[in-house]
Design a protein around this ligand. Sequence first.
Ligand code: HEM
Length: 253
Amino acid sequence: MIVEYIRYQIPADRAGEFEAAYARAAVPLGRAPQCVDFELSRCVDEPESYILRITWTSATDHLSGFRGSANFGEFLAEIRPYVPAIQEMRHYERTAVQGTGASVPSLYEWAGGAAAFERLTDAFYREVVQDELLEPLFGHMHPEHPKFVAMWLAEVFGGPNRYTTERGGYPHMLSQHLGKAITEPQRRRWISLLADAADEVGLPDDPEFRAAFMGYIEWGTRLARANSQPDAEPFGQAPVPHWGWGVAPPYRG
Ligand code: HEM
């Protein structure tokens, strides 16, 4: 991906027509398969300054794909009068320096931190070892298995990276599933018992938290099942995934 910045200097008496033209130009831009997202911002301190940020799938996709397309023709027709007002139009590569602030709590914090995940996995594996479908897989599990899975979940949902630093991270988790030949009925039962345990230990039950939580569980169990098949050839190295709220951030009134 590549980010394009276009800076404009627009006299105050043309600001309204400029923004209206860009609102129309946004339609063909939004249809372009080369465009990831875009945003037009107006400077608060110098209201004549605007910056348009467009993320493209690549510079080549922008220059050879979009520029040669019908969408570009429609886009340009709307904004052509403002081309002479462009002060900068360049592509920028993202660097490794990026992150998010703390305005939205992590799923880990919302759940109640490490203690909440430990309560969850304790309750969960108490039932798992008594379940006729799952007992064959877990009957001889490591005595600290619930604690390790709690560490994994805490890390996934935005807590400390203890599973990575103390337990071998993704490669170790993967190695524990290899060859287990998990079946679909076992996967479903695993999910069902985990959802019951979440209720039992009182994990937050707001729709946003549970949707994000179960979204990860659906994803993770499908990978665990696939990676556990005898013919699986999973990637041995990958980071621990970091799961966020997705499309619905926490509702805070
Ligand atoms: C989101 C889904 C899942 C997560 C996050 C997960 C996580 C983990 C982790 C972290 C370990 C390694 C624990 C350690 O460090 O020793 C592990 C092991 C294991 N997992 Fe999963 N797992 C998932 C799904 C499943 C499913 C669906 C099954 C089977 C139905 C399963 C069966 C096992 C088994 C049998 C072990 C080895 C346990 C032992 O012998 O100690 N996992 N899992």
